[in-house]
Design a protein around this ligand. Structure first.
Ligand code: PFF
Length: 456
């Protein structure tokens, strides 16, 4: 079904289209920029395993819950809560999701802006020749602290995102995800193979894959679960909104499974590119390197400079990184826009423009905080936004989904909705156990830990 003026919401053209679009939302800077950063900051391989386990037990559980709530109600997050519990205060949980989306998009747009900047710098030949760590580090720092260039890059990102969203579900989101996601996959696989065959890659692979249990601490757990939420676009209504465009006969279980699998694979392979390349770079000491927000942007140019035909690969890589980022920024913007369309009856274009402008304005302090403006740098604005919205608020959102589904909507209703497109749901009992007990208990523990840590 296409979109018409009387149906501004739209639907996916097919189940596969949904999987591409949802993977497009999930696969993005979370897997390619944030995951290696988190691995570097949280003990290497122990984090990798904590993340994978979190995706399987908690991420998949909540993804299926969100898709089910979305498809049943065919609404944005506010509409989901309002439809199932009309007239209750639960709708405020939906508003929290909208605010979280806008706040995440505001700093996410900055990193996407970096990807855009690196794209045109690669075209301009900046990463030709022998790129050492020092050169790469200097290029990144000069770029990230140049206020005019950064604001320009954020503007381009927000303008493209707003444009695609104003075009709607099939014409915008679906069309591009279907073409570009498979190419991204192939390229990452190729670069991963190249990275493991670099001389000296062994240390990086051990760091990445051999867990050192002495590094395991509550923070690894907190950020591991947080990264699962982040990379799978959970806890903020994206998957509810995307679920609302899924046909009744599509299989929600396998769709959720594919999205979880493809996202984890991309994150895993990105780590396989970054760490061997990092440790194979002369001058880097595994125990000592300082993990900065720009880790991925500092290491990729080094990999690219070591590949025959690296110039073209570099252009292709940063182009696809940009696309991966855009399919995610699009999903972040779609949530508040769907709210204005559903609840306020606004035309899609007007909603997209308004939210796009507000988010752009909010993105500026984050953009200037990586060296551009001293007072924001000291305040570490971007990092704080990531901690509060990218970790804490997503976990809170996930907890709300569990409680709402289990105690207000009831698990049997969810199972009935799931069964419409998937007869034999093999992991049914495990999913019920996870949504009722495991996921909420784990989330409550990590949130308590974080709050306790922050105040003590
Ligand atoms: N999942 C996407 C990514 O990891 O890049 C987009 C995203 C969604 C980021 C939700 C952050 C987030 F909270």
């Amino acid at each position: 079904m296409g979109e018409s003026i009387t149906d501004p919401r739209g639907t996916w053209g097919s189940k596969l289209a949904f999987i591409f679009a949802a993977s497009g939302s999930a696969i993005g800077l979370g897997s390619m920029w944030r995951f290696p950063l988190m691995v570097g900051k949280n003990g290497g391989a122990v984090f990798v395993f904590t993340y994978i386990i979190s995706v399987f037990f908690i991420g998949f559980t909540i993804m299926l819950a969100e898709l089910t709530l979305g498809r049943r109600t065919q609404k944005n997050p506010v509409g989901v809560f309002q439809t199932i519990k009309p007239g209750s205060s639960w709708k405020y949980a939906g508003y929290v999701a909208l605010v979280t989306c806008v706040c995440i998009l505001s700093y996410y747009g900055v990193i996407a802006g970096w990807a855009f900047g690196y794209f045109y710098k690669t075209i301009g030949g900046m990463f030709r020749g022998n790129i050492t760590w020092d050169i790469s580090d200097t290029i990144f720092k000069n770029f990230a602290s140049n206020p005019l260039e950064i604001v320009f890059c954020i503007f381009i990102i927000m303008a493209i995102t707003t444009f695609v969203i104003s075009k709607g579900v099939q014409g915008g989101i679906e069309r591009w995800s279907k073409i570009l996601m498979p190419v991204l996959f192939a390229l990452i696989l190729f670069l991963a193979i190249r990275a493991i065959t670099l001389g000296g890659a062994q240390t990086g692979i051990s760091y990445y894959l051999l867990p050192d249990l002495s590094k395991m601490d509550p923070n690894v757990f907190f950020f591991g679960v947080g990264q699962a939420f982040y990379s799978l676009s959970l806890g903020m209504g994206i998957m509810m909104t995307y679920g609302s465009y899924i046909g009744k006969r599509d299989n929600l279980v396998t769709s959720a499974g594919w999205v979880c699998f493809s996202t984890t694979l991309v994150a895993f392979l990105t780590g396989i590119i970054i760490f061997p390349a990092l440790f194979a770079t002369p001058g880097i000491n595994p125990g000592e390197f300082e993990v900065s927000t720009g880790l991925m942007f500092q290491v990729f140019p080094i990999v690219i400079s070591k590949i025959p035909g690296g110039y073209l690969f570099g252009i292709l890589f940063f182009f696809l990184l940009l696309v991966a980022a855009l399919t995610s920024t699009i999903s972040l913007l779609e949530v508040p826009v769907a709210y204005f369309i559903d609840e306020k009856r606004w035309p899609r274009k007007k909603a997209a423009l308004l939210v796009g402008i507000v988010t752009f304005a909010l993105a500026i302090p984050s953009g200037l905080s990586v060296g551009g403006v001293k007072f924001l740098t000291n305040w570490k604005f971007l990092i704080s936004m990531d901690l509060v919205f990218g970790n804490i608020m997503l976990a809170v959102g996930g907890l709300i989904v569990c409680v709402f589904l289990v105690y207000l909507w009831r698990t049997q209703n969810a199972l009935q909705e799931i069964s419409l497109g998937s007869r034999g749901f093999k992991l049914k009992s495990l999913w019920v156990f996870n949504i009722k007990f495991l996921a909420p208990v784990v989330i409550i523990i990590i949130l308590f830990f974080k709050i306790f840590n922050a105040i003590s």
